[in-house]
Design a protein around this ligand. Structure first.
Ligand code: FES
Length: 84
């Protein structure tokens, strides 16, 4: 699964770096390093919302406050669905 976090300037101001750090530690904490490829991406033209994050090309808006629940509902759940 490929997860890309926007590192454009607008998203940077909204906390993209914190989100990258949170997602990184969640991935490591759940032992999912082999399954999730975290990366950065240039501006996704969705600057009006939160920090833009794509999961397998599906676009989400994430904030540092909801990054953990985003991870649980959009990433963990997908991985479990893929396994079952
Ligand atoms: S800077 Fe992130 S969508 Fe534009």
């Amino acid at each position: 699964m490929k997860v890309s976090i926007c590192i454009g300037s607008s998203c940077h101001l909204k906390g993209a770096k914190q989100i990258v750090e949170q997602l990184q530690s969640l991935v490591v904490g759940h032992n999912l390093k082999d399954q999730i490829e975290l990366g950065g991406s240039f501006c996704m033209k969705n600057c009006v919302n939160g920090v833009s994050v794509t999961v397998d090309d599906k676009l989400f808006s994430v904030t540092p406050e909801n990054a953990k629940s985003f991870f649980e509902t959009e990433i963990l759940k997908r991985i479990k669905d893929q396994e079952s």
